[in-house]
Design a binder for this molecule. Structure first.
Ligand code: 9EB
Ligand code: ZN
Length: 265
């Protein structure tokens, strides 16, 4: 892998091959709640999403984690910090080796056990995800913190049940049952928003970030299934314990002189 999350190819090395990673508008960031400013325009235009509950989808092991590719036809995200309507392209997750780390954004220095990212692109202004990913307002990502709870997350369970089929990099599975993406979001619509980047190479500075304040819960067992994924292909003959994707999060970068806005207490 030319980049990854180990000591020799991890976040501190990315700028060597991906110069954008050293930019001034990088993600994730530590959310310093004392720096967040309320903005009435955010309150007036409530963030709104519509995901049909009968979406078919494909889950793939990209070597960096699992990713669910949606066929975003009748999906829509608008309002809040967004001036146009964005379509859902894919969603994926970041996690750590232990439960006290794993999220990418942190809140006053606190990490959550994992973080879900729903990646949307500005289909009103641009003609493809790829084109949008080269524009400053091209992508809109919803970030959802995940904390350990006793209950399994029922919607995530449908994804988790497919992971044993995609243990190795490059494997994918077409899901047969429906997934209600909306149920992966917290009840409260309160969030922080700022301008940032992809948190993975090539780290394009093209993302309007919206990070929900309220976490959803995931069980320890479910998180362990994530950590059973491998970053290498089936043909890479290595020891059974090697190549496990026990962590795939980028630590926070400086907010710098960017504005951090919030909607809701
Ligand atoms: C390849 C790698 N990155 C993406 O897929 C990706 C694409 C666009 C965006 Cl905007 C983001 S992000 N993290 O800024 O929301 C991540 C990846 C990471 C983790 C799990 C699976 C996986 O495939
Ligand atoms: Zn992500």
């Amino acid at each position: 892998l030319d980049w990854g999350y180990t000591d020799d190819n991890g976040p501190s090395t990315w700028a060597e091959k991906y110069p954008l990673a050293a930019g001034a508008r990088q993600s994730p960031v530590d959310i310093d709640t004392s720096k967040a400013t309320s903005d009435n325009s955010l309150v007036d235009r409530e963030i709104d999403w519509s995901y049909p509950s009968n979406c078919s989808y494909r889950i793939v092991n990209t070597g960096y984690g699992w990713r669910v590719d949606t066929y975003g036809d009748d999906t829509a995200l608008s309002g809040g910090p967004l001036s146009e309507v964005y379509k859902l392209e894919q969603f994926h997750c970041h996690w750590g080796a232990t439960n006290d780390e794993g999220s990418e954004h942190t809140v006053d220095g606190k990490s959550y056990a994992a973080e879900l990212h729903l990646v949307h692109w500005n289909s009103e202004k641009y003609s493809s995800f790829k084109e949008a990913a080269s524009q400053p307002d091209g992508l809109a990502v919803l970030g959802v913190f995940m904390e350990i709870g006793n209950a399994d997350n029922a919607e995530l369970e449908k994804i988790i049940s497919l992971i044993p089929k995609i243990i190795h990099k490059g494997q994918d599975s077409q899901a047969s049952f429906d997934l209600d993406f909306g149920s992966l979001l917290p009840e409260s619509k309160h969030y922080w928003t700022y301008l940032g980047s992809l948190t993975t190479p090539p780290c394009n500075e093209c993302v309007i970030w919206t990070v929900f304040k309220e976490p959803i819960t995931i069980s320890e067992r479910q998180l362990e299934v994530f950590r059973s994924l491998k970053s290498v292909g089936e043909e890479d003959a290595i020891e059974p314990e090697e190549g496990k994707l026990v962590k795939n999060y980028r630590p926070p970068l400086p907010l710098g002189n960017r504005v951090l806005r919030e909607c809701g207490p």
